[in-house]
Structures are given as structure tokens and as C-alpha cells.
Design a binder for this molecule. Structure first.
Ligand code: NDP
Length: 378
């Protein structure tokens, strides 16, 4: 909604009344990297509601979700979230041109009348919900609840590496995993895929909360995850990786960033009959709704979740749960304090200028992330 074909562009560092268009990267159809298009004709997302906060983007970062969304992943469910009336038919607006990019670090340029927590000129960070226009553009507009003050001790590029993985990890570990700052000191947590974006953040968060953290990763990531505080590290490519894990004391919580075959292995590593929780970020919900349609896909996902939950509680007394990103500015306020206290470091593996967004996508698509890929927008 609100996309206009003709735009007047006034080049300035903040939006003036004359500036109605902004530069950014959009996709007009789903596909491979070739669908990413740079344009200067994106209408500026102005403040439309009393709780809106308009941010000038200084840096963004990429997540595996950006690659997936570029190819159409989640289109069915995200369309419903963007246009709830689309459930009645297909004439309720298109998602294109779609702006990807889920993290932002930048400066507030305008606020709705009811915004109290931030003001124009404030340096902020946020994770942009996948159903909203993303951060690979000059401006992004979010609601106040999604926005938080950026940590002062790090640059915008460093800050942009954190919000989406932080909101995801916190939602998974706290809401699904039942952990929190005050209850983690006697907990043993296993993080699979510890070398990626969510993993490198989660290790640091859990160590700041006092948990004992075991990580699986490739051998060349051992130094990285140990440097972030991992107590024990298992090379998942080793022939005896499963045996090594099975010989360890059992875990209270598993955060699974890998899924697939890892799921069954990890479920067997939890303490039986003591409230232990397996939380996976790799869920079939969006894939199911894409391939089967909204209703059948959600039913299929729901019944698969339910049957696994029942099976695992009956057979081993462990909770089986799915973890999801959830927008949460106040949670980012806590993370901001941990960053400024030096307890969480931004792990930026690669940085790209705004002109090289397709190259940044290529880098991410190669896999084997060691932290995050950041795009400097301003
Ligand atoms: P990344 O791509 O940043 O990291 C994945 C990491 O896993 C890489 O470092 C990779 O390195 C490592 N890895 C791959 N295979 C294995 C394996 N078998 N065992 C251990 N490590 C492995 O992804 P993110 O951290 O950003 O996200 C993790 C997962 O969570 C992704 O699947 C993502 O889509 C999902 N996710 C889901 C969300 C939700 O709302 N449900 C939200 C955010 C993320 P290497 O290959 O070199 O070993």
C-alpha cells in the first residue's frame, strides 16, 4: 500500500518535506540474487500512526531469512500478517516491491504523537518484523515497542549485527526454554550451530546469565566459540561427535539452530523427567503454509508439533518446543546494557557497502557463517 510511481527526490541526510522518495534495494518478484534491484524511487515510509518511529538507517545486517524470503519463503503467512483481509481472496494488495533486511541501527528522524520512549536524534536499534518493509533502504518505520536505544559503546555497523538474532534467541530461550537471567546459573545448555548469528549471540547471553554452555560447531569455529565463553565444544564433523555428546552430563535446555538429523540426537541428550526443554528454531510452519496453503499448512504444522510434543513427554519426560523470532524492544534495552557492559560483543564477520547488497547476499548464501554479515547503509 502507498507505493507511488512518480517520486521527487531531495538528497539530504534527514527527510525534508520535499523528500518523498528514498534509495533502497527491493525485489519485485521472488527468485535468486538477480531479483535484487537498487532504486531511488521508494516512497519514504512516513509516520502514519501515533506509535510510529521513523528511523534513518545507518547499518543493516542479513539473516538466513533474507535469503529464504528473497526466494518466496513464508510468502503465504507473511501476506496474511501484512493484509489480514487477503485471507478472503487475492485482491488485497501485493507485497511487492518488497524491501528485505531485518536489522537496523540508525537515528530517529520522526515520531508519532504518542511515542515517549525515543525522540528525534536518538540513536536506536531494532529487529524489523518479517511482515514489515525491511532495513535495506534509507529509512524504515517501526512501532515504538519494536525500537530500543542502541548501545553507546559500539558503532552502527556493529550494533546492526545483533537485534534480530537477539530477539530470536531471547524468545526461544526465555519463552520456550524457560530460562532467564536469575534462573540460569545452575543450568546446562547445549547450543547446536553455535558459530552462526543466533549461536554466537546465545553463547554470550547464556554465559552472562551464568549458565554452563556446550556448543556444537565445525572444527575451525572452536576458537571463536571458546573465545565467546563456551565451556565445552564438540566438533560435529568428528566421527564420534554423537558419542562425545552422549558421554556428557545431560542438559536442561537444548537450543537447536540446525534441525534435521540433529533434532533426534539432541532430544536424547536432555535430562529425563526433570522439566528439560528442547527448543528448535528450524520449524516447518512457513514451508507448510507455502506448499499446502494457509489452513492445511497450519493444521499440518500444528499436528506435527503436537505429536512430537506428546511423544517426547511420554517417552522421556522432555518438552519439545518451537522457537520463533518475536519483536521486543524492551528485551533489546536489556541487551543494550549487556553490550555496554562488555558482556556481549558484536560478532561481525563481513561488512559490505550499500552498493554491494547482492554481494552480501552471496556471502550469506555460501553458508558457514561465523557471526554476522553487515551492510553499511549510510
Ligand atoms: P547462520 O547461518 O548464521 O548460522 C548457522 C551456523 O550453523 C553456521 O555457523 C554453520 O557453520 C553451522 N552449522 C551448519 N550445520 C551444522 C551442524 N550440523 N552442526 C553444528 N553447526 C552447524 O544461521 P542463524 O544463526 O542466523 O540461524 C540459525 C537457524 O535458525 C537458521 O536455520 C535460521 O533460519 C533459523 N532461524 C529461525 C528463526 C525463527 O523465528 N524460527 C529466527 C532466526 C533464525 P558450518 O556450516 O561451517 O558448520
Amino acid at each position: 500500500a502507498g507505493w507511488s510511481l512518480s517520486c521527487r527526490r531531495n538528497v539530504s541526510s534527514s527527510p525534508s518535506r520535499l523528500q518523498s522518495c528514498m534509495p533502497g534495494w527491493v525485489i519485485d518478484q521472488y527468485g535468486t540474487n538477480g531479483v535484487l534491484t537498487y532504486t531511488e524511487d521508494i516512497p519514504v515510509p512516513t509516520v502514519n500512526s501515533p506509535s510510529d518511529v521513523m528511523i534513518k538507517v545507518y547499518a543493516a545486517s542479513l539473516n538466513p531469512l533474507d535469503i529464504a524470503m528473497r526466494g518466496g519463503y513464508g510468502a503465504t503467512l507473511l501476506k496474511l500478517k501484512r493484509h489480514p483481509m487477503s485471507v478472503l481472496g487475492s485482491d488485497y494488495g501485493s507485497e511487492f516491491p518488497l524491501i528485505l533486511g531485518r536489522d537496523v541501527s540508525g537515528v530517529v528522524v520522526d515520531c508519532g504523537s504518542e511515542v515517549t520512549h525515543v525522540a528525534p536524534g536518538d540513536e536506536v536499534w531494532a529487529a524489523v518484523p518479517p511482515w514489515k518493509q525491511g532495513s535495506l533502504a534509507e529509512f524504515v518505520t517501526l512501532t515504538e515497542y519494536e525500537v530500543s536505544h542502541k548501545p553507546k559503546s559500539v558503532s552502527h555497523a556493529e550494533a546492526a549485527s545483533i537485534p534480530y538474532v537477539a530477539n530470536t534467541a531471547l524468545s526461544a530461550l526465555v519463552n520456550a526454554g524457560g530460562l532467564c537471567r536469575d534462573s540460569s546459573s545452575n543450568k546446562r545448555v547445549l547450543i547446536t550451530g553455535g558459530s552462526g548469528g543466533v549461536g554466537t549471540f546465545s553463547i554470550q547471553l547464556l554465559k552472562a546469565w551464568g549458565a554452563h554452555v556446550t556448543v556444537t560447531c565445525s572444527p575451525n569455529a572452536e576458537g571463536l566459540v571458546r573465545g565467546l565463553g563456551a565451556d565445552e565444544v564438540v566438533d560435529y564433523t568428528a566421527e564420534d561427535a554423537s558419542e562425545q555428546l552422549a558421554m556428557m552430563e545431560k542438559f536442561d535446555v537444548v537450543l537447536d539452530n540446525v534441525g534435521g538429523e540433529t533434532e533426534q540426537l539432541a532430544l536424547g541428550l536432555l535430562k529425563p523427567w526433570s522439566g528439560a526443554k528442547y527448543v528448535t528454531l528450524v520449524t516447518p510452519l512457513l514451508l507448510n503454509t507455502d506448499s499446502m496453503g494457509l489452513l492445511d499448512g497450519m493444521c499440518q504444522a500444528g499436528s506435527s508439533l503436537q505429536s512430537k510434543a506428546i511423544q517426547n513427554i511420554i517417552s522421556g519426560g522432555v518438552f519439545y518446543r518451537w522457537g520463533f523470532y518475536a519483536p521486543d524492544g524492551p528485551a533489546l534495552d536489556d541487551v543494550s546494557r549487556l553490550v555496554d557492559a562488555g558482556k556481549i560483543l558484536p560478532i561481525v564477520e563481513a561488512q559490505f557497502p550499500f552498493t554491494q547488497v547482492p554481494q552480501a547476499f552471496q556471502k550469506l548464501e555460501q553458508g558457514h557463517a561465523r557471526g554476522k554479515t553487515v551492510v553499511r547503509v549510510t
